[in-house]
Design a protein. Structure first.
Length: 190
């Protein structure tokens, strides 16, 4: 009889894929002054998402970098938010977000645009699963405030379905048909 020495502990199946992807946005070396001198540590900022409309961020501090990243990842998974996406690839509407001196603008984009965004905002958009977006940071370049401002804007995102439900109307009454062609300059000339 063949015996399995692992007995099921610590084995992963080959077809198993990770549920979330994570991006390390920023790592900072911090020092705490104590009686004997300085005690060094590390602070990590991590963004976690499932690429299907859920995203979260977390901070972690520890004496070693891997431990700080692990703590930040755990916090990020606990604080995830759901963001409605149009066609699973872009935002439903343009939005602004702010936190402290951090100000961001996020705009929906046509297919093929890609993620046009900088640094921390790019990590959030990739983890969220957005494929086409134009985003700009106007205020501070501090990654913590940029991420919080991005999340502030994403929390304001609402789908036409939720707006229609609030107003007691049908989605078709609210949303005009989006054409990929020119947007009615011919009507102005006539």
């Amino acid at each position: 009889m063949a015996r399995d020495d692992n007995r099921g502990r610590g084995r992963k199946r080959e077809d198993e894929t990770p549920e979330f992807i994570d991006r390390l946005v920023h790592i900072n070396r911090v020092a705490k002054t104590v009686k004997g001198g300085r005690r060094m540590g590390f602070a990590a900022l991590v963004v976690v998402g499932d690429e299907k409309g859920r995203v979260g961020f977390g901070k972690g501090k520890a004496r070693e970098v891997p431990e700080a990243i692990r703590k930040a990842t755990e916090e990020a998974k606990k604080t995830m938010i759901r963001v409605p996406l149009r066609e699973g690839r872009t935002l439903h509407h343009d939005t602004r977000g702010r936190h402290g001196a951090g100000k961001v603008i996020m705009r929906a984009a046509p297919p093929g645009t890609g993620v046009i965004s900088g640094g921390p905002m790019r990590a959030v958009m990739e983890c969220l699963g957005v494929q086409d977006v134009v985003a700009k940071s106007l205020g501070t370049s501090n990654p913590y405030n940029m991420i919080r401002a991005t999340f502030d804007g994403l929390k304001r995102m609402e789908s036409p379905r939720t707006i229609a439900a609030k107003r007691g109307k049908k989605v078709g009454e609210l949303v005009t048909r989006r054409d990929d062609g020119a947007s009615a300059p011919e009507a102005l000339e006539a």
